[in-house]
Write a protein that binds this ligand. Structure first.
Ligand SMILES: [Zn+2]
Length: 301
């Protein structure tokens, strides 16, 4: 996408009215920002497209954003998102283990793609797994394009490796189903701004905290129940294919539900679901379905 952020010639002269206005408009950063806002308005109506998600087979409405742009958006937001939860831990025993589990799930994803007769996944996201030092906030979440996070608070409560795989699988599910990009498409103006921010950063004018803020806003708007169920299903497919026990997802839900008894903001995985009964039953149905039909099957709900 080509976009020239510089204002039309004569713009500054014509608006040189008040002192403050002149000062603001004389600032190239303000001009770029204004340009981006205008750009966002223009782009926003025409910037969503319908397409088939190659992994889920769904027809989805998404931001007109390539997987590369999505990846860039997520990557730029890593430091700020990490900072909100105590930064990334340095204990390589833990980070290596998390990477190992994450990669095992991703290899399973590749096998599922192969079983479906495709050479490789059309969305080749570069996944990265991050463990955050926060020991109080129980949470896990994913940024667009494959940045997956889990807090120490949650990790320390999970009973075994299968449960960790349950959390990571669910978050990988959000990325593969492109839920955040669909969210951006729904959220109107915000989507244009995020897109504009990506364009701006590709010119070298980085403003990571602003981008992280916008990405954070997208994350805070709930994906919705169907998206959460879809992430559960993808997580289950990956776990089964990777040789993990998918029932461990039920343990995860119980850990999360227990942690919510004191009140507070629910962790991402619980954000839209009532627990335990309804979701537990649902998870059992999904596990049965993929055991019977194979991990490469597509869910017909
Ligand atoms: Zn979720």
């Amino acid at each position: 996408m080509s976009y020239d952020p510089s204002p039309p010639s004569g713009y500054r002269q014509a608006s040189a009215g008040g002192g403050l206005l002149r000062l603001l408009l004389g600032n190239p950063r303000v001009l770029i920002a204004l340009g981006l806002v205008v750009f966002a308005f223009i782009q926003y109506s025409a910037s969503t497209i319908k397409q088939e998600n190659p992994f889920t087979g769904d027809t989805i409405t998404v931001k007109k954003m390539t997987p590369e742009e999505e990846t860039a958006l997520g990557l730029q937001s890593v430091p700020e998102m990490a900072q909100q939860f105590g930064g990334q831990i340095r204990d390589t025993r833990i980070t290596n283990k998390i990477n190992e589990i994450g990669y095992r799930l991703l290899q399973a994803k590749e096998r599922i793609v192969t079983k479906r007769g495709k050479q490789e996944d059309e969305y080749d996201y570069e996944f990265q797994f991050h463990v955050l030092a926060d020991e109080k906030t129980i949470n896990a979440f994913a940024l667009p394009g494959g940045q997956v996070f889990i807090t120490m608070a949650l990790l320390s409560k999970l009973p075994n490796e299968d449960a960790v795989a349950g959390v990571l699988g669910h978050e990988i599910g959000h990325v593969l189903a492109r839920h955040s990009v669909q969210q951006m498409a729904k959220s109107g103006l915000l989507s244009g701004l995020v897109n504009a921010a990506v364009v701006a950063t590709s010119d070298g004018t980085r403003n990571n905290s602003q981008i992280a803020q916008m990405v954070g806003q997208v994350l805070q708007t709930k994906y919705g129940r169907e998206a959460e169920s879809q992430s559960d299903r993808i997580g289950i497919q990956l776990m089964l294919e990777a040789g993990y026990k998918p029932e461990a997802l039920l343990d995860v839900m119980q850990v999360l539900a227990d942690s919510m008894k004191g009140g507070g903001r629910p962790p991402e995985i619980l954000s839209t679901h009532p627990f335990p009964e309804t979701r537990a039953r649902q998870i059992e149905v999904y596990v049965d379905f993929f055991r019977k039909n194979g991990t490469e099957a597509r869910w017909k709900g």
